[in-house]
Design a protein around this ligand. Structure first.
Ligand code: NAP
Length: 348
């Protein structure tokens, strides 16, 4: 269809890249016409280069595409990036310099003051940073990022609670192995085990949350006052990051007010009915044994965060459990939602 926008995927062979390929199949606005990965994969058929991990089939037309090198050359103007962070910084900048819009999952530009760190339900106005990015960097293109996967899951659960004066957060995560990419952690390290260290993850949750929940004032994001203390672990779950969260407020919300805040939370993606937006970005379940990755990770195509077990906390004020799909809501789906918001805001 002539109204579709051609898009490319950097890191298309990886875990996040595969989630992009799957999520963009039959997308009403975006059509994958170009894919790229490392030298290892370049010039191979996608189906031969990617170790496909999803239960659905590789879309036929993508499976037959040849994998490109990560250079702008004949790539389309909208590029999704699921690149390894070791190379994302340089490669994504090269694409922005060559006039492409890069919508990235990688950590490299997330905390740059002129780069939006976007969750469209929470801070769609942070796209205003692109004006400053254009002035300071003089790139003909632009870079927009989404937060780290565990940050997205937690922050979507916290955003409805900000109205009560969110002040302190203690969080412990139980993160899926797919969050480490492919081949990721070895089976002997993770089976029957818990890994108590995910390099860089705790500081990302602590700083990215403040930026996402922050306020755009005069072209700068003023970080939210909330202080986050994070402990992150890797557990033998395939998909779905679980976060055990305790919160402290300035106000004294009731249990009912908090549940109502979770259940009624909506943002621009829902109002604008963006194609990838879930009807309910946060779903609160009353059952005492939920959420569970096995049953809840794919809710609304993996784009909803499921929350449960809200109860009083004897140290802070309340505690609860949140779960979200790390490669969908925490990565590819997040970036696609960002691009959809940019499209309706005339930024593509
Ligand atoms: P992955 O499975 O290891 O995939 C990495 C991708 O980067 C592959 O396509 C790989 O291509 C490509 N790549 C590696 N080295 C390269 C090089 N030197 N030049 C060009 N391409 C290169 O990792 P992933 O889990 O998909 O993560 C991708 C990015 O998303 C990372 O920045 C990660 O932090 C972020 N992220 C991941 C998740 C998650 O849940 N997995 C969530 C949020 C954000 P080859 O296949 O050819 O080697």
């Amino acid at each position: 269809m002539s109204s579709e926008i051609d898009v490319g995927i950097l890191g298309a062979t990886g875990t996040v890249g595969q989630a992009f390929v799957a999520a963009l199949e039959n997308h009403p606005w975006f059509r994958v016409t170009w894919i790229a990965a490392s030298e290892r994969s370049a010039e191979k058929r996608y189906a031969d280069a990617a170790c496909w991990q999803l239960s659905r089939e590789i879309p036929q037309e993508i499976g037959d595409m040849l994998v490109n090198r990560c250079v702008p050359a004949d790539s389309p103007s909208l590029i999704f990036s699921g690149l390894d962070s070791a190379v994302a910084g340089e490669v994504e900048a090269a694409f922005a310099v060559s006039g492409r819009t890069v919508v990235s999952n990688a950590r490299n530009y997330r905390m740059e003051p002129d780069v939006p760190l976007l969750i469209p339900e929470i801070n769609p106005d942070h796209l205003g940073l692109l004006q400053q990015q254009s002035e300071t960097r003089q790139w003909p293109g632009q870079i927009v990022t989404n937060p780290n996967c565990s940050t997205i899951v937690m922050t979507l659960a916290l955003a409805p609670l900000c109205q009560f004066g969110l002040r302190e957060v203690m969080v412990t995560t139980l993160q899926a192995v797919s969050g480490a990419g492919y081949p990721g952690v070895s089976s002997l390290d993770i089976l029957g085990n818990i890994l108590p260290h995910i390099p860089g993850e705790e500081s990302k949750m602590e700083s990215e949350t403040q930026k996402v929940l922050g306020t755009l004032v005069d072209g700068d994001v003023r970080p939210h006052k909330v202080v986050v203390s994070a402990q992150t672990t890797r557990v033998p779950v395939i998909n779905g990051h679980t976060a055990l969260i305790s919160v402290k407020f300035d106000d004294e919300p009731t249990h009912e007010e908090l549940v109502n805040a979770f259940r009624t939370y909506r943002g621009r993606p829902q109002l604008e009915k963006l194609p990838t937006a879930p009807d309910h970005p946060v779903v609160y379940l009353d059952d005492p044994d939920r959420p569970q990755p096995k049953y809840d990770v794919d809710r609304e195509g993996g784009m909803s965060v499921t929350v449960g077990r809200l109860r009083e906390c004897p140290v802070l004020d309340y505690k609860f459990i949140a779960l979200g799909h790390n490669t969908v809501r925490g990565a590819a789906g997040a970036a696609i939602l960002n691009a959809e918001l940019m499209k309706i805001d005339g930024l593509l």
